[in-house]
Design a protein around this ligand. Sequence first.
Ligand code: FES
Length: 170
Amino acid sequence: MSNGDSGNDKNDLQKGLLSIIEELKVQPGALLPILHNIQSLFGYVPDEAIPLIASTLNISRADVHGVISFYHHFRRTKPGTHVIQICRAESCQAMGSAALERHVKRILGIDYHETTKNGKFSLEPVYCLGNCACSPSIAIADEVHGDMDAEKFDQLFNYMLFTPAKAGAL
Ligand code: FES
């Protein structure tokens, strides 16, 4: 029996983490840029990153944890293939985002910060996507969709069901 693939995955993860940390460690306030770059590369901040960051920056693991949990932007688990973000800020709330939220949660069968069992969808709250004129807004793979309602969401959902995720687009 071989676990070669998972061994390679672990090595790739470690190499990727170290290369980001080494490159950015000299920046003033290096912790946030490091976390952003790790999430950008892996889609989340893996557990393995915490001790590496802490020892390189000479801070405690608790400090790293504290920053990650303070910013809701950072994910601690691998996201689904499609990451759906619903805007919960004022303009979108005024235009019915709460009803949209309920609909999306019911369709996906998950709450915020969760991923469907098949690993296909993750749901996250977001606070203003800069698209207030077309509230309510959602983002999928960082692409913003405005004037969203249940019907439009269902169309996007059906499209995603049969489409592999592409970076930056549905
Ligand atoms: S409040 Fe939702 S996009 Fe600005």
